[in-house]
Design a protein around this ligand. Structure first.
Ligand code: NAP
Length: 502
């Protein structure tokens, strides 16, 4: 059995103690073991701070960007092997696996391109200089410099490649060393990526560490220059937010958690129109891609009263055409859930939604593997605005007057989408929904090859207020701010301008 090892202190280290077994969620066949017991987590962080940090800070943005490109290229050359691992360890169809792996490569490349616009500098100039007094000599300028700690990244199980890359690309470009901890159940893909980086010496020593297995007391070793970026459940996020290091030492923390994303069909959209078909396509894609285990997936489908039965019938028909099964088969559109725990969690969650099951049921499918059918629930209980069911499950809700008010009951989300051609309705929805979201997707059939609301693009921010964790990642160069200290320089204008190389 393959033993996954952690990469800490520039060495591959196996944990001791009883390991966790990683399974193939399609067959339940054991694939690997992982444990972090016995690993000196404090020493791992100190090594990253002492070696990786200074080495990265000695590099310019352009040099760090070149390293990101080298990682993307290495992943590209191992793409087939990464896709196979993702299918085996994640229960992904090939298309789902590509979504994760290709998304990771694209994000690394996007940040390497941003690096080329930042050039040979080692810090960022933030905004224009400001004359501070009557004399033009008294000058102010904000700059941002890399923090001197470690960026600890704790990731969720659903995107082992993209989750690694979307955090690591930004931190490394900002000049901070990374310690990445993938979710244990699906850690094989992230492990292979770190093997590629370490084996190819694509980063300076200490710039990238990997912890497989439980995080144990990792967070308690963080200090005031470190940052913690977490993606996962709201419950774990709340525990991390309450940790002593975060409270007492102001360890900077970013949380990406649960989200009850909504799709709103405008009252102007007639059934069978192109806009209507786009809406249906986006809902079905989000329910079934990665078996609905996407933080951005549509969970609440809001339709005007008059089109409710039409949308229900069309969704039932489209969901009926989704073949669920072994994701290695090309005609299968939806694979299993990622783990038994995930399957049980989804079944419990469907129970909490109550309502009528107009498509599918929470009964497990098949004798082996963690399979469930897509489930569409109609007229659910109020739990639909409180509880995220992290699987192929969505609820159909009808609205009469103000759908934005209904969406806002979700208390903060990553993304919601609006499908309408009526500018007045779009204006009203944007005003009503924007304060509760990190991103709004305005669907339009004329946008060619639109990936739908569920795809996170590196150019745009990812995160959301309230239930979604209150975090913000990516967003092009905006994302760097989390890993940098903004400092106001105040002094003589010529001195400051010399510092800035002007
Ligand atoms: P989870 O159980 O909270 O686990 C997330 C990560 O936290 C895993 O790496 C886990 O490690 C680690 N962890 C668990 N307890 C910890 C602790 N006490 N201290 C430090 N680390 C700890 O969540 P999940 O089941 O993997 O992911 C599903 C959830 O993630 C869903 O609710 C979904 O909404 C959310 N999600 C959000 C986003 C987003 O961008 N907002 C993206 C994807 C997923 P182990 O695996 O070793 O337990």
């Amino acid at each position: 059995m393959l033993e996954l090892r952690s990469y800490v202190g520039a060495r591959w280290v196996a944990g001791t103690g009883a390991p966790q077994t990683l399974l193939n969620p399609t067959t339940e066949e054991p694939l690997a073991h992982a444990s972090s017991e016995g690993i000196d987590l404090k020493a791992a962080l100190e090594h990253a701070r002492a070696t990786g940090g200074p080495a990265l800070r000695a590099m310019s943005f352009a040099e760090r960007g070149a390293a990101l490109k080298a990682i993307a290229d290495a992943m590209q050359s191992e793409r087939e092997a990464l896709l196979e691992l993702s299918i085996a360890n994640g229960g992904n169809t090939r298309s789902d696996a590509k979504f994760d792996v290709d998304g990771a490569i694209a994000t690394l490349l996007a940040y390497s391109e941003i690096a080329s616009t930042l050039g040979n500098s080692r810090f960022l100039v933030d905004g224009e200089g400001i004359q501070l007094g009557r004399s033009a000599r008294f000058h102010g300028q904000h700059i941002a410099v890399p923090r001197h700690g470690v960026a600890v990244h704790i990731n969720a199980f659903n995107f082992p490649a993209w989750g690694f890359a979307e955090k690591a690309a930004v931190a490394l470009l900002a000049g901070m060393p990374v310690l990445s901890k993938p979710a244990t159940s699906s850690a094989m893909v992230a492990c292979r990526i770190v093997e590629l980086v370490a084996g190819g010496k694509l980063l300076p020593e200490g710039a990238l560490s990997l912890l497989v297995g439980s995080a144990r007391e990792l967070v308690s070793h963080l200090g005031p220059q470190d940052v913690l970026a977490f993606t996962g459940s709201g419950e774990t996020g709340a525990q991390l937010r309450a940790s002593a290091a975060v409270i007492n030492l102001s360890v900077r923390i970013n949380i990406e958690a649960d989200s009850l994303n909504a799709a709103v069909l405008g009252p102007d959209v007639e059934p069978r129109s192109d806009m209507y078909e786009l809406f249906l396509k986006d809902v079905v894609r989000d329910m079934t891609q990665k078996a609905g285990q996407k933080c951005t997936a549509i969970r609440r489908v809001l339709v005007p009263q008059q089109y409710h039965s039409s949308v229900r019938e069309d969704l039932v028909e489209l969901l009926g055409a989704i073949r669920v099964g072994d994701p290695k088969n090309e005609d299968v559109r939806m694979g299993p859930l990622a783990s038994r725990a995930q399957l049980e969690d989804v079944r419990r969650g469907v129970g909490r939604l109550e309502g009528k099951h107009v498509f599918g049921s929470p009964a497990p499918l098949g004798a082996k593997g963690f399979f469930i059918s897509p489930i569409l629930v109609e007229d659910p209980a109020s739990a639909v605005h409180e509880h995220e069911v992290f699987g192929p499950v969505a609820a159909l809700l009808r609205y009469k007057d103000d759908p934005a008010e209904i969406v806002a009951r979700g208390a903060g989300g990553l993304v919601s989408s609006v499908y309408s051609d009526d500018q007045e309705f779009i204006d009203r929805m944007v005003t009503g929904l924007a304060p509760f979201h990190g991103r709004l997707y305005l669907g339009h059939p004329k946008i060619e090859l639109s990936p739908g609301p569920g795809t996170v693009l590196p150019q745009l921010v990812h995160g959301g207020p309230g239930r979604a964790g209150g975090g913000e990642e990516l967003g092009g160069p905006r994302g760097l701010a989390f890993y940098m200290q903004r400092v106001a320089l105040e002094g003589s204008r010529p001195v400051i301008q010399k510092l800035l190389g002007k």
